[in-house]
Design a protein around this ligand. Sequence first.
Ligand SMILES: Cc1ncc(COP(=O)(O)O)c(CNc2co[nH]c2=O)c1O
Length: 393
Amino acid sequence: MTDFAKDFPILSQKVYGKRLVYLDNAATTQKPDSVIDTMSDFYRTEYSNIHRGVHYLSEVSSEKYEEARKKVSDFIGARNPSEVTFTSGTTGSINQVARSLEPSLRGNEVLVTGVEHHSNIVPWQLAGAKVKAIPMDEDCKSLVDSMEITSRTKLIAIAHVSNVLGSVNEIREITEIAKDHDIPVLVDAAQSIQHLPIDVKEIGCDFLAFSGHKMYASTGVGVLYTSDRFSDIMPAIGGGGMIDKVTFEETTYLEPPLRFEAGTPDIAGAISIGAAIDHMQKIGMDKIQSHEHEVYSYARDKLLEMDNVTVYGNTKQMCGAVSFNLDNIHHYDTGLILDKMGVAVRTGHHCAQPLMRSLGIEGTVRASFALYNTKEDVDMLIEGINKVEMMYK
Ligand SMILES: Cc1ncc(COP(=O)(O)O)c(CNc2co[nH]c2=O)c1O
């Protein structure tokens, strides 16, 4: 177990008497002691509701919450913390943008890539927009030059990294084109925030969404970055904490970030995101990226070497997840058997049914990696796949 893994208590347990090889990080990551301790200490000694209390604990909680906001703002290169709001997660963040932009989206078009998660398809349909996909080549690389932008294209919403393939979309290229047409861009960073450096100004997006639980923090909390270009859009959710004046006839709203944070947020969850950022930065993002790249490349190379294994997707840069199938063996059966060997992967369509249709399959086996995984974990995966194949001989 590497030093990185030693910080994650759950990884030292056995499953079915075997060492746990946790390769389902695209679904959710495990939590380091530093995040677990930060949350439990907060509830033990500092917790209260935020922003409107006049007592000590409320002030301490508010300070911790705003400290977490500042950490996120610095981590993603926002101009200032008011561009950062805490949400329920990537899905919640994207739905908020869809609801706020609905007047411009209804009856018009949203351009996405062909690898999107349902959380970056369905909200736009609920907002009454037609969702159109940028064409892809056979390796699932978006053909940016074939992007069809019309007068009805009102938003471009793209995954930074595919949760199925691990393919990295050319988001800078896309935002450059979007800028030329004055079209706002939302980046779904659920599968990139934990793997790649994110600088929203350098990317040039107007919105960026991610979840805490995919970057070693708590579930049910996430982040929506809203560039100050859109600081005056109508809030998607109304309630306490986001208003200036309320009458029965009309309401005026505060400026961001509180404008977009109605109700009592997941205070401890937001603080856990700050603690997760501290954990990653203590190791060093460069060190994490080079370690992950080494393990991920080793896994892809090993899978590509195997005769009866089909590996999906192949773009210039890949990270996080790798999807594959064993020829003539259902992905679910492969996943079940790997589980009994202590290897945790995910199978199915991964909430990316349009991508499955493009690939002509109904599901894959997906192994997905995090900072605590090792080449030994990959060896266990490959050994497990060989055993699955033996069972079907
Ligand atoms: C690219 C992408 N966007 C949005 C979401 C939604 O995130 P949530 O709001 O935190 O659920 C996910 C979750 N992806 C997965 C969740 O479980 N397996 C997955 O691949 C994702 O991978």
